[in-house]
Design a protein around this ligand. Structure first.
Ligand code: 13P
Length: 288
């Protein structure tokens, strides 16, 4: 199967009250882990890369590996660039076959945010690529993007209505109390705000910083209208742990197929758990 525009399955998830688990990958093994996990759960999936990963691995390598995975596994797959501030990088990703992009202009004043997002929407939509926009700012660190707690701001429902109308985005990432990276204590999501936003805008809503959010709060987010959740840190942790364990058990290990193989299996387990948490198992059947 070729890579597809994720709106085809995000809208289905929205209709069914479940969410698409979207995973940030960094290399071949994480791509394989996500695709195999999604295939085993029979659930459409979004593979995401931050600009930091594009710098590390290169757009052509990532695009080629994800396209190969999509050809090998009979499950719908979209390729998305996450938190990209650069219009040029977004254009390059689209040229290499990305089917979805997130333009992150939330750091700009409102009018400039709107103008930048609109510019991306015009080009992306003309070639069938989906666009995610963000209103409000999610705190914490995602690769090279750090938003200080004092700068993090929650999404204002009335502004969300205006922003969606003005930009023409397909999905909206909202700030309701999650943060990128590891939490110091238990996060407390502002569910009232989520419900308020859900009441005023029709398009699918995205929850960033889903790693470390307790399952009951993810479930509550789904029931109040989140249709895509982003996970990065919760894949990095088991990956590093599996590699460390490999070396702890066998300090003379030098074969990357052994330690990276163990890492891949550990990541795949979490991918499957997150898909189940989002009620995504067998969602692919609803698209046939
Ligand atoms: P986490 O690292 O907290 O999972 O956040 C991922 C994310 O939101 C990517 O955009």
């Amino acid at each position: 199967m070729a890579l597809i525009n994720p709106m085809k399955f995000i809208e289905k998830a929205q209709e069914k009250g479940c969410a698409i688990a979207s995973f940030n990958v960094h290399n071949l093994e994480t791509i394989q882990a996500v695709v195999e996990g999604a295939y085993e759960e029979n659930c459409p999936v979004i593979i995401q890369t931050t600009p930091g990963t594009l710098k590390h691995a290169g757009i052509p390598y990532i695009a080629a590996c994800v396209k190969a995975a999509a050809e090998l596994y009979d499950v719908p797959i979209a390729l998305h660039v996450d938190h990209c501030k650069s219009f040029e990088t977004i254009m390059q990703c689209i040229r290499y076959g990305y089917t979805s992009v997130m333009i992150d202009a939330a750091h700009l004043p409102y009018e400039e945010n709107v103008a930048m997002v609109k510019k991306v929407v015009e080009v992306a939509k003309s070639v069938g690529v989906a666009v995610e926009g963000e209103l409000g700012r999610i705190g914490g660190t995602e690769d090279t993007l750090t938003v200080d707690e004092r700068e993090a701001t929650f999404t204002v429902p009335s502004e969300a209505v205006e922003f969606v109308k003005a930009t023409g985005i397909d999905t909206l990432a909202i700030a309701i109390g999650t943060a990128h990276g590891e939490y110091k204590g238990e996060p407390k999501l502002d569910f009232e705000r989520l419900s308020e936003i859900r009441k005023c805008v029709d398009l699918p809503l995205v929850l960033h910083g889903a790693s470390g959010v307790p399952d009951y709060q993810i479930k509550e987010s789904l029931s109040r209208g989140i249709s895509k959740i982003n996970i990065a840190t919760e894949l990095k942790i088991p990956m590093a742990k599996a590699i460390k364990e490999c070396f702890a058990n066998k300090p003379t290990e030098i074969d990357p197929r052994n330690y990276m193989g163990a890492a891949k299996l550990a990541v795949k387990e979490v991918v499957r758990e997150k898909i189940r948490l989002c009620n995504g198992t067998n969602l692919a059947d609803c698209l046939k």
